[in-house]
Design a protein around this ligand. Structure first.
Ligand code: ADP
Ligand code: ZN
Length: 730
C-alpha cells in the first residue's frame, strides 16, 4: 500500500518526467486520481484548460493500452505526433491507414507496447476492430469531445451513440468522458447515454475572464472589419465566415487592404490548407479567414481577436470558437456581426434535416438570436447557458460598458411568474408570452389557458416584450429551465421568494438590430467608382480645382489628369500614400508617378486639418482584380500581336476588344498600340485626332465624332483616344 501523499508525489514526478510540467492545472490531479481509482469520470473543462493530460497521464501510468475515441482524424494525428515527440508510444486506428499500417498498429497494441490508441467512432464500430480490441489489454477508455453524443450539442455524431455498447463488450473498463461545451441538457444526455450518471463529475468554470465579448449589427460589415483588423495591426486574429465562398472573398478583401491574411476551408487543396495554417501559426500572416473547420486542435496562445463575420449557428459553437482567443490569459477580443437575416438563412439550411434535428437546430438558433439582441451582460448570458450563475455583471463586455436602456419591472416579473405557475410550470417562453398577451392561438385555446386569471394581463405590452422579459428573469434566476423537457420553464426558489416578498427589479431593453441586413452576396463591380453618398463634397471641389490647375500647367485636358469618377473616389476614400492612390479605380502607378504628388499632399493636409484620422484605414478596396482575359490582352499588345488576332483568340469582335482595351486604359494601364495604328492610319490622320483630344473639354466619343465630322470612323477615334491617354495620362 502506498499512502495518498506518496501517490501525489509519484503523479507529479510522472508529470514532470513525461510532459515536462511541474504543476497540475485546475482539477487535473483530482481527475487523474479518479480515473486511476477506476471510477467513471466526467470532465467538463473549457478549451485550452488541459483536458488531454487528464487521460494521457493515466494512460502512461496504467499497464496496457488506453483507447481514446476522438471524432476528428486531423486532431488525432496531431495528438499522436505530439505524444511520440514526448516518447509516449501512441498510434491511431482510422480509415486513412493502409492494410500494412493497420497490421502493424494491431501488433503493437497486442504486444502492450502502445500506451494510447486513438480511434475514430466509425472504426470503433467495425466488427473486426472490436474483435481485435477484445484480445488487447485495455487500461481505460477516454471519450473526447463527448458532446458529440448529444443531439443537443452543436456537432452531434450518431456513431457516438453506439460507443457504450462496444465498450461494454470489451470488459469492465473505467471511462473518462471529456468535453469543452456542455449545457446542462447536453451534460445529462452524455451521462445517460454512457450510463454513467454516478460518474465523478469535474466541472470547471467556463468563465474566460480575459475575453471581451461584443456584438455588432451587420451593417457596412466590410468597412467595420477592415477598420477593426487595421486597428489591431500585427496581431494574430481569426475571422470566421459561414461559407467557403465568403472565406475566399474576405481573405482577398483583407489582402488588398494590405492586411496579411490567408483563407482556410475544407475545399482548399490539402497542401494549400496546411501551408496557410502553418503560415498563421508561424506568424507569416496575421489573420486567417476560415470556416469553422479551422481551429480544432490549434493551440496558438496569442490569438488576439476572433471575429464572427457571419452569425454562428449555436452558442456552443460560438463559445468554442471565441475560446481560441487569448489562451495565454492576455488580451482576447471576440466580435460577432449579427443580423436576423443570418438566422433566417441558417434556418433555411436546416430544411432538409429530419424533424427532431431541425427543431433542435431551430432552438439553438433562437438562443443565438436572443443572446445577440439582449442587452444583458454577455458573459452572464453565456455562462448561464452553460449552467453557471453569475451574481453580478462582468463589467467587461459591450453590454456592460455601453449604457443601455433600463426599465422597472417589478409588476411584470410578478405577472410572468404567475403565468408560469398558473400553467403548472409546463410551458416554454413563447407559450407563456402568448398567454400573457392574451393571444387566441390553438395551443392557448386547447389547454384552456384563455380561462386563466393571468390570460391577457400583459396585453398592453407590445411585440416581443414578454419573451425578452422572461428570458431576462430566467438569467436572473427567477425562473429555471427544466432539463428533462427542453424549453419548459419552472419557477425557482428565488422566484417563489419574490412572490412572497416582492422587491424592485430593473431590467434592460433589447438592442434594436432591425437595421442590420444580410449582406449583398454579389461582389461590387470593381469598375464602378464609389459614386455619390460617401463622397466628401468639399474635398471633391478642392480636387477638381487641383485637377484643372495641374492640367493647365501640363497643357493637358483635365480629364487626362484624373477622370472625375476617380476624383470622387479620392474624396471618398482619402488616399494619403502612393499605394493607396494607385488603388483608386482609374489610377495606375503610371498616373501616380505623373500627377500623384500634389493630390496626395492635398488629401493628406485635408485629412489632417479635418481630423479624419482613421479614414484611410477603412477603405473597402475592391477585390475585383484584372481578369485573366485583361491580362492576356495586355500581354498580347506588349508582344505587338495584331488586334484582329487577339480578338479572334479571345472570341471577341473588334468593338468588344476595343472596349476591353479602353477599360484597361481607363484603369490606369499604359498601352502602346502604335504598331497597330500605324498599319491602319497615316500620320496626318492620327495627328488630327490626337490634337483634338489634347484640346477637347471632354473625351466623349460622340462629341468627338460630331466635332471631327464624318471623316473618321468611331474605331479610329477610340484607338487614338487610347493612344493619347496612354501617352499623356497613364
Ligand atoms: P484542451 O484539450 O482542454 O483544449 P489541451 O489538452 O490541448 O486543452 O491543453 C492546452 C494546453 O495546455 C496544451 O498546450 C498543454 O500542453 C497545456 N497544459 C496542459 N496541462 C498543463 C499543465 N499542467 N501545465 C502546463 N501546461 C499544461
Ligand atoms: Zn458583461
Amino acid at each position: 500500500m502506498i499512502t495518498e501523499q506518496e501517490q501525489d508525489t509519484r503523479l507529479k514526478e510522472k508529470l514532470k518526467e513525461v510532459f515536462g510540467y511541474s504543476q497540475f492545472r485546475g482539477n487535473q490531479e483530482a481527475i487523474i486520481n479518479s480515473i486511476l481509482a477506476e471510477h467513471n469520470t466526467f470532465v467538463i473543462m473549457p478549451t485550452g484548460a488541459g483536458k488531454s493530460l487528464c487521460y494521457q497521464l493515466p494512460a502512461v501510468i496504467k499497464p496496457g493500452t488506453a483507447i481514446v475515441i476522438s471524432p476528428l482524424i486531423a486532431l488525432m494525428k496531431n495528438q499522436v505526433d505530439q505524444l511520440n515527440v514526448l516518447n509516449v508510444k501512441a498510434q491511431f486506428l482510422n480509415s486513412t491507414l493502409s492494410k500494412a499500417e493497420m497490421t502493424k498498429v494491431k501488433k503493437d497494441v497486442l504486444s502492450g507496447e502502445t500506451k494510447l490508441l486513438y480511434v475514430a467512432p466509425e472504426s470503433l464500430t467495425k466488427e473486426e476492430n472490436v474483435a481485435f480490441l477484445q484480445k488487447a489489454n485495455i487500461s481505460l477508455v477516454a471519450i473526447d469531445e463527448a458532446h458529440c453524443i448529444s443531439e443537443w450539442g452543436h456537432d452531434f455524431r450518431p456513431e457516438y451513440r453506439k460507443i457504450k455498447s462496444i465498450i461494454d463488450s470489451l470488459g469492465n473498463l473505467p471511462i473518462i468522458a471529456l468535453t469543452a461545451t456542455a449545457t446542462p441538457k447536453v451534460q445529462t444526455d452524455i451521462q445517460r447515454n454512457l450510463q454513467m450518471e454516478e460518474a465523478a463529475l469535474f466541472k470547471s468554470s467556463f468563465n474566460r475572464k480575459n475575453l471581451y465579448y461584443e456584438v455588432r449589427p451587420k451593417v457596412d460589415t466590410k468597412k467595420q472589419l477592415i477598420k477593426y483588423v487595421k486597428g489591431h495591426k500585427g496581431k494574430s486574429g481569426i475571422v470566421y465566415c459561414l461559407s467557403r465562398k465568403k472565406v475566399e472573398e474576405i481573405a482577398e478583401l483583407l489582402a488588398v487592404n494590405d492586411v496579411k491574411a490567408l483563407p482556410y476551408h475544407a475545399g482548399l487543396d490539402p497542401h494549400v490548407r496546411m501551408a496557410n495554417q502553418d503560415a498563421f501559426l508561424n506568424e507569416d500572416v496575421d489573420v486567417i479567414v476560415a470556416t469553422i473547420a479551422f481551429g480544432m486542435g490549434i493551440d496558438k496562445p496569442d490569438v488576439r481577436f476572433v471575429i464572427h463575420y457571419d452569425t454562428p449557428k449555436s452558442l456552443e459553437g460560438y463559445y468554442q470558437e471565441t475560446g481560441r482567443a487569448g489562451r495565454d490569459g492576455l488580451e482576447g477580443n471576440c466580435v460577432m456581426f449579427y443580423s436576423y437575416d443570418d438566422i433566417i438563412k441558417l434556418d433555411k439550411f436546416n430544411k432538409d434535416k429530419q424533424v427532431t434535428e431541425r427543431e433542435n437546430a431551430k432552438h439553438l438558433l433562437q438562443e443565438m438570436a436572443s443572446y445577440a439582441e439582449s442587452s444583458v451582460c454577455r458573459r452572464r448570458q453565456l455562462l448561464h447557458y452553460f449552467g453557471e450563475q453569475m451574481h453580478q455583471d462582468c463589467g467587461f463586455c459591450d453590454n456592460c460598458v455601453k449604457p443601455r436602456e433600463k426599465f422597472q419591472a417589478q409588476e411584470d416579473v410578478m405577472l410572468a411568474i404567475q403565468a408560469a405557475l398558473q400553467t403548472n410550470q409546463r410551458f416554454d417562453i413563447t407559450h407563456l408570452s402568448d398567454v400573457l398577451r392574451g393571444l387566441e392561438n390553438q395551443y392557448v385555446i386547447s389547454y384552456g389557458h384563455n380561462r386563466l386569471p393571468i390570460y391577457g394581463k400583459g396585453a398592453h405590452r407590445e411585440g416581443p416584450y414578454w419573451s425578452t422579459l422572461i428570458r431576462q428573469i430566467l438569467l436572473y434566476d427567477f425562473l429555471e429551465k427544466d432539463i428533462e423537457n427542453y424549453g419548459v420553464l419552472r419557477v425557482s426558489e428565488k422566484g417563489i421568494h419574490f412572490m412572497e416578498n416582492p422587491y424592485p427589479v430593473t431590467l434592460s431593453k433589447d438592442h434594436d438590430f432591425s437595421n442590420a441586413e444580410a449582406e449583398d452576396e454579389e461582389d461590387r463591380d470593381g469598375n464602378t467608382p464609389a459614386h455619390g453618398k460617401a463622397c466628401d463634397p468639399v474635398l471633391f471641389e478642392m480636387l477638381k480645382t487641383l485637377q484643372r490647375k495641374v492640367a493647365k500647367e501640363r497643357k493637358l485636358p483635365p480629364y487626362a489628369v484624373f477622370q472625375e469618377p476617380s476624383l470622387e473616389e479620392m474624396a471618398t476614400t482619402y488616399p494619403t500614400t502612393r499605394e493607396d492612390l494607385a488603388h483608386v479605380n482609374g489610377v495606375g502607378m503610371g498616373k501616380v508617378e505623373k500627377f500623384g504628388r500634389p493630390f496626395i499632399e492635398l488629401i493628406s493636409k485635408y485629412v489632417k486639418d479635418n481630423d479624419i484620422a482613421t479614414a484611410t484605414e477603412v477603405v473597402v478596396k475592391s477585390t475585383a482584380n484584372k481578369s485573366k482575359a485583361k491580362i492576356h490582352i495586355i500581354q498580347q499588345i506588349d508582344r505587338k500581336v495584331d488586334l484582329e488576332d487577339i480578338a479572334e483568340a479571345q472570341d471577341l469582335n473588334m468593338a468588344d476588344l476595343i472596349r476591353e482595351i479602353e477599360h484597361i486604359c481607363y484603369a490606369g494601364t499604359r498601352l502602346n498600340l502604335d504598331y497597330y495604328i500605324e498599319g491602319i492610319m497615316d500620320e496626318e490622320r492620327q495627328d488630327e485626332i490626337y490634337d483634338y483630344f489634347m484640346t477637347a473639354e471632354t473625351d466623349n466619343i460622340q462629341i468627338a465624332l460630331r466635332e471631327l465630322g464624318d471623316d473618321y470612323s468611331e474605331e479610329e477615334l477610340r484607338l487614338i483616344r487610347v493612344k493619347f491617354l496612354s501617352e499623356v495620362a497613364n
